[in-house]
Design a protein around this ligand. Structure first.
Ligand code: SIN
Length: 333
């Protein structure tokens, strides 16, 4: 009787050990997937995060970074995250429209005058609340990361809005960006980032909008003879994870990851500020693409044509939110 009990207890103990075995077997793996090159603000931030986690959490957590759409492209990464196939990503704020309409705010043309205004808004109560706008869909917004202001590149010089009429532009998957190009009388095409270079090279499209670092690192400037320095829109990111994964982590690991991420984001933001200048200069030095600077009068024309898009999306985004974001420009004056 006693021997049988011992055998049963041993068997229970063994099965418990076996069940626990996968958890003991190795580190928690975080796959961090993104679509840009490693020498970009996001690429650098992700690598910094990986290195800080290794330094601080040792063998407990292993961050694997997958750049250049190697693991997932734009359209799949959030679905994959909810399925547990990837644990972290930082899609551009323009790529969340299937999860929330509120983040469309950030795509409104000529909303922010500079990155200081973006910072003021994102650090304020409205910006912070927007990080939670995807929570009902099972995602957690862990923080914002900058890339910078977008420029327009094209196969012909764009000085005034009429120059863009009839041209085809690749855009991210955002209805606001579609409306922005329609306002110009142009044709917007929603395409993944990984396809942009080939679309431009084969002349399947005439232009696109992006930041200096993306235009440089993906060599768009080699196949686009003109870049208009329009600074007309923002390309920023939200670092996200799935609530199921994040809430299931041990508390000490979670707080270690949070502090590593804060530091990595600060680093990435500095890279963004530096690259907005240095990558622009590299493009100028290459002489592959002519940079068009707008006069105040020309710029005013772009604002006049694009800004009515705000009204179109006011219902979905909310006037209060738009006013708060626009107000961040004034706060710095
Ligand atoms: C990115 O910076 O993550 C990609 C931006 C784009 O799709 O244009």
């Amino acid at each position: 009787m006693f021997g049988k009990l011992t055998t049963t207890l041993t068997a229970i103990g063994l099965s418990a050990l076996l069940l626990a075995a996968p958890a003991l077997a190795g580190p928690i793996v975080i796959k961090f997937s993104h679509v840009v090159a490693e020498n970009t603000p996001k690429g650098q931030m992700a690598n910094k995060f990986r290195d800080l986690v290794k330094e601080r959490l040792g063998d407990k957590v292993l961050v694997e970074v997958y750049p250049n759409s190697q693991l997932f492209g734009d359209n799949k990464v959030l679905e994959a995250m909810l399925l547990g196939d990837v644990q972290m990503a930082a899609p551009s704020l323009s790529k969340f429209s299937r999860y929330t309409r509120k983040l469309q705010l950030y795509d409104l043309p000529f909303l922010f005058e500079n990155m200081d205004a973006v910072d003021r808004f994102q650090h304020g109560p409205y910006g912070q609340k927007l990080l939670q706008s995807v929570s009902s869909k099972g995602l957690i917004g862990l923080g914002y990361l900058h890339n910078g202001l977008k420029q327009l590149s094209a196969s012909k010089p764009l000085r005034v809005p009429a120059d863009a009429r009839g041209l085809k532009f690749r855009i991210m998957s955002s209805d606001v960006l579609a409306a922005q190009f329609k306002a110009l009388g142009a044709t917007p095409l929603k395409k993944p980032f990984s396809e942009v270079f080939t679309l431009l090279q084969t002349r399947a499209i005439d232009g696109q909008e992006n930041t200096w670092s993306n235009i440089y690192s993906k060599k768009f400037y080699e196949v686009q003879p003109y870049i208009t320095e329009s600074n007309h829109g923002l390309l920023d990111y939200m670092v996200v994870t799935s609530a199921e994964f994040w809430n299931g982590l041990p508390a000490d690991v979670r707080s270690g990851l949070e502090s590593a991420l804060r530091e990595a984001i600060a680093f990435g933001n500095q890279v963004a500020a530096d690259k907005a200048k240095s990558d622009k200069q590299k493009i100028i030095d290459s002489r592959r693409s002519e940079i068009i600077e707008l006069t105040p009068a020309e710029r005013a024309q772009w604002v006049e044509v694009m800004k009515p898009v705000w009204k179109q999306f006011e219902g979905e985004i909310g006037k209060e939110l738009i006013d708060a974001a626009y107000g961040a420009n004034q706060a710095g004056k």
